[in-house]
Design a protein around this ligand. Sequence first.
Ligand code: PLP
Length: 390
Amino acid sequence: MKRVYMDANATTPLLPEVMEAMRPYWMERFGNASSIHLDGQQAHSGVDRARATMAEFFNCHDAEVVFNSGGTEGDNTAIFGLLRPGDHFITTAIEHSAILAAAERMASRGVETSFVAPQPSGLIDPADIQKALRPETRLISVMLANNETGVLQPVEEIGRIAGEASVFFHIDAVQGAGKITLDVLRFGCHLCSISAHKMHGPKGVGAMFVRRGTPVESLIVGGSHERRRRAGTENVPGIVGLAKAAELAMLSLEDGTIDRVAALRDRLEAEILKLPGTGVNGARDGEKTVPRVANTTNIWFDNLEGEALVIALDLKSVAVSGGSACHSGATEPSHVLMAMGLNKTRARASLRFSLLKTATEADVDYVLKVVPEAVEHLRAISPVAAGTLG
Ligand code: PLP
């Protein structure tokens, strides 16, 4: 039976065009991009072309693009590369662990962090960032889109606040890249991290926008690669694949693909919400609709365990997630949903459906067939429903 994969925020498959673009760089054009002979120069020109594409993707200069190993490295670089003992750091309670764990490590190095809580809608209020500013604040880091709810944060306003306070601003754009147009100028950030594997590119490669003059120290030292910003022989096939994925992502934003994904997500969500005891996390702010990326919906199902539903759906060939992939297997409820004010039971009973941009009507039809059956079955046997779980 064909599987329906609705866990795109965990990772995505390569698109065939990405695979084709990478293919020559494994064997025929295998050279080291730092070598001066023809083999090296072939690899070098692949990296150069990729850099130009990524500059277009970020809306920055070629010299402001640094290739790295992905989102975790970008997030770590912003924090370890800029903060020094005595500095103050502002981030949010709903960031990815690549930010939260790095902030935790900085505590033992004399850097205090303020974790700004979201509104119940999942949105960060820029006024709360403003309030957290101190004279010694050096860096603000806020994600563009949350990986669990898809909620898009008001980065432009936060960028304005950072600019007025002369504080560096990093955006973790891992979940926004490819789903909305990036524009680091408009966002007003100094640093911006993305990852290829979240947008149909290869795993273990990413890029970071580093605004000219930003004094961020390299995490990895050695050779003079990437203008001394990131040492190590370039992952040429990965970099070429990232750029191809970015090029296709820019097209998808223009040719109606992303709008089509939004319509599929909306239909999926509306139909699931017809089940009793369900609701969406991060869709509404009072009367207002919360801005979200097109492919994500995070839904709670009362009277069942989310993990049991993930497993039941997996057995029916549907892949979804009960929170961020990095926490799967852990029994702790999602820190994002808890920060939004959900109680533990409801946070544990929440599922993330995140659609690939290749998702079809038939995928949604199938999920809509199996979800109600699985929910009904689990509710009938659930210890949560029976009140035997604390
Ligand atoms: N930031 C966010 C918001 C993410 O969702 C992820 C991955 O789940 C990362 C950072 C880490 O990216 P990578 O897997 O490329 O290290």
